[in-house]
Each structure stands twice: as structure tokens, then as C-alpha cells.
Design a protein around this ligand. Structure first.
Ligand code: 13P
Ligand code: SF4
Length: 333
């Protein structure tokens, strides 16, 4: 087991903590369960996390489900096994809780593709537009938005906007294009993308589908348009999971982050799931390197030291809360 100071975030050393190496004999899953009880903490995990982290989660789900759960947590501590914007969202909607993220460097290419100052200038060019932002963005971008959405409820969110209103959609242009087709609403798109969902190879998927003629091809809407055009089903992580459980087919080629295959296989042990191939044969591009920064060791240290903690300026949190709450209220109605 890796055992060094890199496993502990710099916040610890700044605060003067000396990270003692994790004892090799510690059973990390049991120790993490024990820490949850001792510290009155709940663990929220996204489907893109490593399987051993998914197995420890109190709540496992897609971005919408995790945001809904985060809003309702009564425990003292929320440990978010996901990426930074997810933990930030949890803090914004449940600010009295201590929110921890095992590795603060667990970012997101989509969130990074939308710097707040550039987005503010873009928004200023369309002063009458309603600003809809995908939850995969920073708190600063949420604060510039009218309403937030996830891939699970984006259609519902867009359909809630009066027909005569112009819409800006950011930051994911692929999801945006998909939504334009699906809802028939013309939207002004920000030019951002997810590196994981843009890595899939159209040609390789087509030839893999020929090798598996009985398999259905399913894809997340963050994927590029040509890939979505050949998909039998398009949906959020939770949507894809639901589809494979309800559909009678026995095998699927899956174009989303490979972490979801763990839960698919668990719920449908008799079915076969094949990760969609990526352009670059030399990398595991269908795995989100940001999501995979979280490890059991970091999770353990994070719970032990209660660091790194997510904190934001109060004014920013207040501005970012309203658009998230608008989304949550719509989801529950
Ligand atoms: P969902 O959880 O909404 O499916 O989004 C996938 C994703 O890319 C999360 O970062
Ligand atoms: Fe961001 Fe894509 Fe990773 Fe999701 S999978 S966290 S959208 S980079």
C-alpha cells in the first residue's frame, strides 16, 4: 500500500499536521466504516469512483441524486467521494455541515473550461438570456446562473423556461447540442467539454458493434454528436443504469466513465458490459483521472484529519445557492 505524505493534502501541512504513515495492517474499509460512526459522517460517492469506494458509500448515485441527498444530510460531516464541484455543491446547499473531499485536486475538465471572468463577459453579450448551467461548473459560475441542471433533469429544466426566452447553456457544448435536438429549443452554447466523454472513438465503436451484433450501444449525453446519433439509448449515469436493468438485451457497449460498469454488473450479473473504446490506445481515457484521484488511503486520511475541507466565501455561497435550489425544487415537484 502506498504510504507517504502525498496521500495527505497540503492543507494538512499548512496547518502543521505531521501525517503519520498509514499502518500497513489497518483494514481500511473497516477503519473507514468505524470513522463514519465515530465522527457522525456520511459518505456520498459518485458511480465513477473506484469500486472499493462505491462499496463503502452510504449514498451512491449520479450528480442529481447526490445533490438531493447532500441537501438532506443531518449528520455532522459529509464526505464527498467525487470531484470538487460536487463537494462544493453539497456545501452550498447544506452550509452548516463540514464537507470533506479526499483530494482537493479532484477537479473536472468541464468546470475548468468555463472561467468565471470569461463567462461573465459572454453572459453580458446576451443580457436577456436565461442562464442554465450544468452542475459540472464552479460555484462562481453557478452564482452567475439562473438555474442549474444535471444530465438527469436537463430536459425538465429547459422545458420549465418560457418559450419566448433566449437561453444560454454552459459549460458542456455536447450536452447542449443534445438538448437542443431533444427539446427543440435554440440555445446559445458555451464551448466546453468533458475530456472523458470526448475521448470515445466513433470508428472503433462501430467496429466493436459489428463484432457484437446483439449488443446495444448506450451513451452519456456528454459524448459527441456522431456517437449519440448511433446510440440505442442516451442517458445520465442513473438513466443508463436504469435502462440496462429494464431492457431485455443481454449485452451493452457503454460510452461513459468505466466506473459505472461496477454497479451495472452488480445489478445485472447475468449481462455483459463492454466499455466503449477510446481514440488513444495508450491511455485509460474512459476513466476520469480526476475522479480516480480519490483512493481508500486518501479517504481514510481525510476522515481521520477531517481535511481537506470545502469552504467558500458566504456571499458566493448565497449567490450560488438559489440556482441550485431552483433545480432541486423542480426535481421534487
Ligand atoms: P451524471 O452523474 O449526471 O450522469 O454526470 C456524469 C458526470 O460526468 C459527472 O461528472
Ligand atoms: Fe468532469 Fe468529465 Fe470527469 Fe465528469 S467525467 S468529473 S465531467 S472530467
Amino acid at each position: 500500500m502506498e504510504n507517504n505524505l502525498d496521500l495527505v493534502h497540503p492543507q494538512l501541512s499548512k496547518l502543521g499536521y505531521i501525517a503519520s504513515p498509514i499502518d500497513k495492517n489497518i483494514d481500511l474499509p473497516s477503519a473507514i466504516q468505524q470513522l463514519k460512526k465515530e465522527k457522525n459522517a456520511v459518505l456520498l460517492a459518485h458511480y465513477y469512483q473506484e469500486p472499493e469506494i462505491q462499496e463503502l458509500a452510504d449514498y451512491l448515485g449520479d450528480s442529481l441524486y447526490l445533490a438531493q441527498q447532500a441537501a438532506q444530510v443531518e449528520a455532522d460531516i459529509i464526505v464527498f467521494a467525487g470531484v470538487h464541484f460536487m463537494a462544493e455543491t453539497a456545501k452550498i446547499i447544506n452550509p452548516s455541515k463540514k464537507v470533506l473531499l479526499p483530494d482537493l485536486k479532484a477537479g473536472c475538465s468541464l468546470a475548468d473550461s468555463c472561467p468565471p471572468s470569461d463567462f461573465a463577459a459572454f453572459k453580458a453579450q446576451h443580457p436577456d438570456a436565461v442562464v442554465v448551467t450544468y452542475i459540472n461548473c464552479s460555484a462562481e459560475i453557478k452564482a452567475l446562473s439562473d438555474i442549474v441542471c444535471t444530465s438527469s433533469n436537463a430536459v425538465k429544466v429547459i422545458e420549465s423556461i418560457p418559450e419566448d426566452r433566449e437561453i444560454i447553456f454552459a459549460p458542456d457544448k455536447n450536452l447542449g447540442r443534445y438538448l437542443i435536438k431533444k427539446t427543440g429549443r435554440d440555445m446559445i452554447l458555451w464551448d466546453g467539454a468533458c475530456i472523458v466523454h470526448e475521448a470515445f472513438s466513433f470508428e472503433k465503436i462501430v467496429s466493436l458493434a459489428k463484432e457484437h451484433p446483439k449488443a446495444k450501444f448506450i451513451a452519456h449525453p456528454e459524448s459527441e454528436s456522431p456517437i449519440l446519433e448511433i446510440a440505442h439509448y442516451i442517458g445520465s449515469t442513473a438513466g443508463l443504469l436504469r435502462f440496462v436493468q429494464e431492457d431485455p438485451t443481454m449485452s451493452y457497449i457503454v460510452a461513459t466513465e468505466a466506473g459505472i460498469l461496477h454497479e451495472m454488473q452488480k445489478r445485472c450479473p447475468q449481462k455483459t458490459f463492454i466499455p466503449a473504446p477510446v481514440e488513444d490506445d495508450t491511455c485509460a481515457c474512459s476513466e476520469c483521472a480526476f475522479m480516480k484521484l480519490n483512493t481508500l488511503e486518501k479517504l481514510y486520511n481525510c476522515m481521520l484529519y477531517e481535511l481537506p475541507e470545502i469552504n467558500m466565501e458566504k456571499g458566493l455561497m448565497e449567490k450560488a445557492r438559489q440556482p441550485i435550489e431552483r433545480m432541486l425544487n423542480l426535481g421534487r415537484s
